[in-house]
Design a protein around this ligand. Structure first.
Ligand SMILES: Nc1nc2c(c(=O)[nH]1)N[C@H]1C(S)=C(S)[C@@H](COP(=O)(O)OP(=O)(O)OC[C@H]3O[C@@H](n4cnc5c(=O)[nH]c(N)nc54)[C@H](O)[C@@H]3O)O[C@H]1N2
Ligand SMILES: Nc1nc2c(c(=O)[nH]1)N[C@H]1C(S)=C(S)[C@@H](COP(=O)(O)OP(=O)(O)OC[C@H]3O[C@@H](n4cnc5c(=O)[nH]c(N)nc54)[C@H](O)[C@@H]3O)O[C@H]1N2
Ligand code: SF4
Ligand SMILES: [Mo]
Length: 756
């Protein structure tokens, strides 16, 4: 008996790298490597991907359900039966007494990287009949969904740059060299950027920090944080001021409307006006526009933006203007410009015809919109603490850790304490799970079957499309269950049916019991325990989409290359699902938002830059992923704390030296941590990585001993602080003061959970 090697793919970030995983005879992962022969990601994987088993095969791993009998008492081990009964009966009672919306769910990032998890979690909420679904999208991309819905008629219609053919790519507020791409699956970003440059394409990075991506780009342009909307306005103004600027209008003719309104808006923002606010000189901006137009003539150009812009206070306006620029210049739906993936079904049509994902509800507090059927996490605390019909009383957190990732964690921590029931479905006892009344232990990616479904099949956002299937590479340890099985059982315990369908509930229960029996007959461990037959369901999905079977795909160990590349000329006039089938270049909601916010925002920014106020941005690192990878020793060994990065001249002005301990104070909170000098930052900008501050986590033996602070103690929540069009929280460009640490150490500011 030696080791066996399995082919699978990583499900931590959108790169979905192919992996080869060695499993020993005891069923433990020994080593993981990039799959060199993978058709999509051949030979590439990052350190998190190849070390992830340290997070899963750890003494901290949750192996059985935990239950808190009464508030104030510690969590204790419980059986599934007990844990499900406790949560199910509380959910049923709350639903009955206070209505379905009193039962809420927060869907975290981990849910997005499994096919069945989000389907079953959503099915559970449909069974409850609750609209109270909050997702991390309002921390990273709801602006893109909201704008795509308005302009293209469907939230997931997300044009992406044709990286293999473009002549010029602007990367605004993204750092793919570290984070890989978002809304676009391109493996090995650094190599691909180098290839682009080698074939003569220009890559321009617009970012307040000279990032790892900027280092491999042709040019880096520093921008003052959270002023991108003025950059985009002036870009559009300069574009339209050129005789050839709106060359794409002809191509759009008949396929779009609203040109005049958006042109009139941009006309008010010439580069000379915005330069003092963005910090981008007017001549430089014009040169960038010239290069963009020239590249458009030479074969295509594209503007791409990501979370550095999404998380600002005007993410929706920025994304809208970007899309207008790409469209009016003639780059939308064009080789070398931006493409709209086709996927293997017309997902946009499928959903619009069935009225899926187009919910137009609002939050009870603040009347913020539902985007993509989810509500903004930035009002969750208020929804819990504000009495009235629909007040949230039970919350299920599934694959997320909101205490470290949503704005104003201190407020959320307080609010969670007021819940009648908090359930966490997670793999470890992190900060949010530590506060839960019931903790349900879930499988990790290595312990479940999956498809790279969302990105490849449905959205067609792969630059080189492929399909793959994976089995679990190791057996689930202890008593952990996959999320599909968990939500099926929780629905029964709460007296509801998944998807609101009695037939579906009964059929799935029958299949699960049959699956348990079958595994018993095969002599598998944990024989007889009902569990949803994942491979069967994944196979059914594949067949419904007319794709090769799960079994056939398993045979394609390195992935199956698909002939489904996004093609130019297939979108405008054909797959736009607005009411009249035309792209709306000037949606009323965005014009109104522009009218309402731009002038006051501009005036405030001018005053701020004149006063030399510091603005805070984030910084991701290759070795960490949001809030949950600090518990692997080999990933954190060189970084016992997060630090505040500051330009040396800004530090000198404040009398601060390298490693000084500083207080960072915003309107919302204060944190204290060490300083690190970095001249990669523009003047007036400080950077602080998110996802740290684990001291209050009960079950993270490595992470909880690290120093580090939760940056989201500084970010504001509540409806008045969220972006109106999409409910996005402002997590970048936060105005802060940085001073030498003074006074007694505020213990809450060192912790992940202030106020607990
Ligand atoms: N200030 C600031 N805040 C930010 C950001 C920022 O840049 N700056 N980034 C934001 C972004 S982009 C995002 S996406 C959000 C993330 O917000 P969240 O999704 O709330 O946070 P994560 O840290 O990704 O939490 C993932 C959780 O899932 C658990 N988990 C891992 N694998 C599995 C699994 O297979 N099953 C289950 N059930 N659980 C699993 C982990 O243990 C962890 O608790 O945070 C946002 N917050
Ligand atoms: N290693 C690693 N990889 C990850 C993650 C991780 O935590 N670690 N998280 C994953 C997740 S959930 C997501 S959503 C993606 C996000 O992927 P990206 O969207 O690429 O996010 P970042 O790498 O944080 O890059 C954002 C960039 O915006 C810049 N920025 C900040 N504020 C502004 C601003 O106001 N204007 C402009 N123009 N730029 C600004 C920052 O300096 C930073 O370089 O990454 C994913 N990949
Ligand atoms: S880049 Fe790293 S974390 Fe992302 S999918 Fe690849 S191996 Fe996993
Ligand atoms: Mo994200």
């Amino acid at each position: 008996m030696g080791t066996s090697t399995h082919h699978t793919f990583c499900r931590i970030c959108e790169a979905l790298c192919g992996l080869e995983v060695d499993v020993d005879s005891a069923g433990r992962v020994r080593e993981a490597r990039p799959d060199a022969r993978h058709v999509g990601t051949g030979g590439f994987a990052c350190v998190k991907g190849v070390k992830q088993h340290e997070l899963y095969d750890s003494p901290d791993r949750l192996l059985r359900p935990l239950l808190r009998d009464r508030a104030g008492q510690p969590l204790r081990a419980a059986s599934w039966r007990e844990a499900l009964r406790a949560s199910g009966s509380a959910i049923a009672r709350i639903r009955r007494d206070h209505g379905p919306d009193a039962v809420a769910m927060y869907v975290g990032t981990a849910a997005g990287f499994s096919v069945l998890h989000p389907i079953f979690a959503d099915g559970f909420m449909k069974g409850i009949g609750s609209r109270s679904i909050y997702s991390t999208a309002t921390q990273d991309c709801a602006n893109k969904f909201a704008v795509a819905q308005l302009m293209y008629g469907f939230a997931f219609t997300q044009p992406f740059p044709d990286v293999d053919n473009t002549r010029c790519l602007f990367i605004v507020g993204a750092n793919p060299a570290v984070s890989k791409w978002s809304f676009l699956q391109v493996s090995n970003p650094v190599q691909r950027l180098r290839e682009m440059r080698a074939r003569g394409a220009r890559v321009v990075v617009i970012d307040p920090r000279r990032t790892e991506t900027a280092r491999v780009a042709s040019e880096h342009v520093a921008i003052r944080p959270d002023t991108d909307v003025f950059f985009y306005l002036s870009f559009l103004q300069a574009l339209l001021a050129r005789p050839d600027g709106a060359a794409g209008r002809a191509q759009l003719e008949g396929g779009a409307r609203g040109f005049e309104q958006v042109a009139a808006l941009a006309a008010r923002w010439p580069a000379e006006r915005t330069a003092p606010v963005t910090g981008i000189d007017a001549a430089l901006l014009r040169r960038l526009v010239d290069e963009y137009v020239q590249a458009t003539c030479d074969g295509g150009a594209a503007l791409y933006l990501s979370t550095g812009v999404n998380m600002g206070s005007a993410g929706s306006l920025c994304f809208w203007l970007q899309e207008v620029i790409n469209a009016l210049s003639g780059n939308l739906d064009r080789r070398g410009g931006t493409l709209v993936g086709q996927g293997i079904v017309d997902f946009a049509r499928f959903c619009t015809e069935r009225g899926l994902l187009g919910g137009d509800g609002q939050t009870r507090i603040g009347a913020l919109p539902q985007v993509n059927d989810a509500l903004p996490a930035g009002v969750l605390a208020d929804e819990i603490t504000t009495p009235g019909r629909g007040q949230v009383r039970a919350l299920i957190v599934t694959g997320g850790n909101p205490l470290l990732t949503v704005p104003n964690s201190a407020h959320l921590a307080e609010a969670l304490g007021e819940l009648e029931l908090l359930v966490s479905v997670d793999i470890v006892l992190g900060e949010t799970a530590s506060m839960a009344d019931v903790v349900l232990p879930a499988t990790t990616p290595y312990e479940r079957a999956d498809l790279p479904f969302v990105f490849s099949l449905l959205l067609g956002m792969q630059s080189r499309p492929y399909l793959q299937a994976t089995r679990a590479v190791v057996a689930p340890p202890g008593e952990v269950r996959d999320e599909a099985t968990i939500y099926l059982a929780l629905a029964r315990a709460a007296g509801v049916s998944l998807f609101g369908s009695r037939a579906a509930q009964l059929a799935l229960e029958g299949l699960s019991a049959g699956n348990g029996l079958w595994r018993w007959l095969r002599g598998e461990r944990r024989a007889g325990a009902a569990s949803v037959p994942q491979e069967l369901l994944l196979d059914a999905l594949l067949r419904a989409a007319r794709q090769p079977s799960f079994r056939r795909l398993l045979g394609e160990r390195h992935g199956l290359a698909l002939d489904a590349e996004a093609r130019a000329g297939t979108f405008i006039g054909q797959r736009v699902y607005t009411r009249d089938g035309k792209i709306d270049l000037a949606p009323a909601a965005l014009l109104a938002e522009a009218e309402r916010t731009l002038e006051p925002r501009f005036a405030a920014e001018r005053a701020r830059s004149a006063s030399g106020a510091l603005k805070l941005i984030g910084r991701r690192a290759v070795r960490s992923h949001n809030s949950w990878t600090h518990n692997a020793r080999s990933l954190v060994r060189e970084r016992p704390s997060n630090v505040l990065y500051m330009h040396p001249d800004d530090a000198a002005e404040r009398g601060l030296a390298q490693h000084a301990i500083v207080d960072v104070t915003s309107q919302t909170g204060r944190v204290r941590l060490p300083l690190a000098l970095s001249d990669d930052l523009a003047r007036g900008v400080v950077a602080l990585p998110h996802g740290w501050g684990h001291q209050r986590a009960r079950g993270l033996s490595v992470a909880s001993k690290l120093a580090g602070v939760n940056v989201n103690l500084l970010a504001a929540d509540g409806p008045q602080n969220l972006e109106r069009v999409s409910g996005m929280a402002q997590l970048t460009g936060i105005v802060v003061a940085v001073t030498p640490a003074a006074g007694p150490r505020d213990t809450t500011s060192w912790s992940g959970v202030a106020g607990e």
